[in-house]
Design a protein around this ligand. Structure first.
Ligand SMILES: C[S@@+](CC[C@H](N)C(=O)[O-])C[C@H]1O[C@@H](n2cnc3c(N)ncnc32)[C@H](O)[C@@H]1O
Length: 384
C-alpha cells in the first residue's frame, strides 16, 4: 500500500508562522534530548512525555478497566480486601494473571493494595460502583471498541458499525418497534440519566414552570426528577411507542406519578403534545443530523407559548476550544452511531436562533463529560 504524501495537495498554501516554526523545533529528536537535560525545560519535557505516554496507552487502560468490570472485581471486593489467589478461582484464571490485572487496577487507582498484598477498593473504584449505569456503559463499549478497530476507515465512513445497530431508533421509529431492542437502549440510558438529570436541574431552575414536555424522555427519569424537585410541576414524557411499556411502569412507581404522563409518538411524524410552557431535549439532539434537529427545533418553537422555555442538555463539543469529553469520546461515539454529531453550545444556540428562539444562554458545566446545558426562550410577540 502506498503511503499518503505528507505534503499538502496542490493549491493549498500553508503559512509557516512563528508557532509552526517553534513546533518544528520541538519535533526534532535532538531538541527532546536537549530539553530533557536542560534544567529550565526538564520538567515541561517530562510532563509532556508522561502525557504523551498516557495518550498512547489510553486503550490499554480502557481494556484493563473493562476486564475489572466484566469480572465484577469491584463488586467482589465490596465486603473487604482479597488476594489475587482468592479472586483467581471464581474468575477462572491463574493467580498470576489475576495479580497482573489487580496491579493494573491499583496503578489506575481504582484498587488499592495493602501491606499483606491483598487488594481492596480505592475511592475511585467504590465511586464507579455507585455511579448509575457506569459499569453498563463500560460493558457496552465492547461494541464501540470493535467499531474503532480501524479508526481511519471509520473516519472515511468505510465501517459498517455495531453501534448503529445498537441504537436503531435514531434512524426512525420503525427501527425501534420491538420491546427487546427498546429495553436494551432505554435501560442503559435510564440508568445514566440520573446524573444527567441531576446536573441539568443543578444548572437551571424550573421554578415557575407549570407543565414540562420532555421530548425523547425515555423512561421519564428527567421528568420525574423535575417533578420531585418542583411540587407544582406536571410533566409529559414524549417518546416512541416502543418505549411506552417500560416508561409507564417506571412513571407509575414514582411518588410523583399523579403529575407524570407518557405520550407515545415520533417527533418526526406526529404533532407534539400541546400545553407545555417548557420543553426539554435531554440527550436528544446529538443523535440526529442537522436537518432533523432543525425540523425538531422548529416544531418545539411552534408548540411553545410566547415566553415558553427550551432546555437542551447533552454532552457538547468545546467548539473553538476542543475538549476531551465532547471532541474525543462523544464525537467518535456519534461517528460510530453514523447519524448524529456532537455540537458546541454555540452551534446549538445558532440552530435555536434560526428556529426563532432568543435569550440563548449556555451554562458552565460542572461535568462536561456528563452534560452541558443551554436554554432559550420563545420571544413574546409584540402587541398590536
Ligand atoms: C439518547 S436517548 C435519551 C433518553 C433520555 N432523554 C435520556 O437522556 O436518558 C434518545 C431518546 O430519544 C428517543 N427518540 C428517538 N427518536 C425519536 C422520535 N422520532 N420521536 C420521539 N422520541 C425519539 C429515543 O427513543 C430515546 O429515548
Amino acid at each position: 500500500m502506498a503511503l499518503a504524501s505528507d505534503t499538502p495537495p496542490a493549491g493549498v498554501r500553508q503559512r509557516i508562522g512563528l508557532h509552526t516554526r517553534l513546533m518544528r523545533l520541538v519535533a526534532r529528536p535532538g531538541f527532546q534530548r536537549w530539553a530533557a537535560a536542560f534544567p529550565f525545560t526538564r520538567s515541561t519535557a517530562a510532563k509532556d512525555g508522561a502525557e504523551l505516554f498516557d495518550l498512547v496507552q489510553g486503550f490499554v487502560k480502557s481494556q484493563a478497566l473493562f476486564a475489572l468490570v466484566d469480572l465484577r472485581i469491584l463488586h467482589r471486593l465490596m465486603d473487604g480486601p482479597l488476594t489475587s489467589g482468592e479472586l483467581a478461582g471464581p474468575c477462572r484464571m491463574s493467580a498470576d494473571r489475576m495479580d497482573r490485572l489487580l496491579r493494573a487496577g491499583t496503578a489506575m487507582r481504582v484498587l488499592r493494595r495493602d501491606r499483606k498484598g491483598r487488594y481492596g477498593l480505592a475511592r475511585k473504584g467504590a465511586a464507579m460502583v455507585g455511579v448509575p449505569g457506569l459499569e453498563d456503559m463500560i460493558r457496552h463499549h465492547a461494541a464501540f471498541y470493535r467499531d474503532l478497530n480501524d479508526p481511519v476507515a471509520l473516519l472515511r465512513g468505510e465501517v459498517d458499525t455495531e453501534l448503529s445497530a445498537f441504537w436503531p431508533y435514531v434512524f426512525g421509529a420503525d427501527n425501534a418497534t420491538d420491546a427487546e431492542t427498546s429495553s436494551r437502549y432505554s435501560d442503559l440510558m435510564a440508568r445514566s440519566q440520573e446524573i444527567v438529570a441531576a446536573d441539568t436541574l443543578a444548572a437551571v431552575s424550573l421554578a415557575g414552570i407549570d407543565r414540562l414536555l420532555d421530548i425523547g424522555g425515555g423512561y421519564g427519569v428527567f421528568a420525574e426528577a423535575a417533578a420531585l424537585k418542583h411540587p407544582d410541576l406536571n410533566a409529559v414524557v414524549f417518546d416512541l411507542p416502543a418505549v411506552r411499556r417500560n416508561a409507564e411502569a417506571r412513571l407509575q412507581s414514582s411518588t410523583a406519578r399523579d403529575r407524570l404522563r407518557f405520550v407515545a409518538g415520533s417527533f418526526r411524524d406526529d404533532a407534539l403534545p400541546d400545553g407545555a410552557d417548557a420543553i426539554s431535549l435531554i440527550r436528544v439532539l446529538y443523535d440526529h443530523q442537522d436537518s432533523t434537529v432543525a425540523a425538531l427545533l422548529g416544531k418545539v418553537f411552534d408548540a411553545l407559548p410566547d415566553g415558553g422555555r427550551l432546555i437542551v442538555s447533552e454532552p457538547m463539543s468545546g467548539g473553538d476550544r476542543p475538549e476531551i469529553a465532547g471532541d474525543v469520546y462523544f464525537s467518535f461515539y456519534c461517528l460510530a452511531m453514523q447519524t448524529g454529531t456532537v455540537r458546541s453550545a454555540a452551534r446549538i444556540g445558532a440552530m435555536c436562533e434560526n428556529a426563532g428562539f432568543t435569550d440563548i444562554r449556555s451554562y458552565k458545566s460542572r461535568r462536561p463529560y456528563v452534560t452541558t446545558v443551554l436554554t432559550a426562550v420563545k420571544p413574546q410577540t409584540k402587541p398590536g
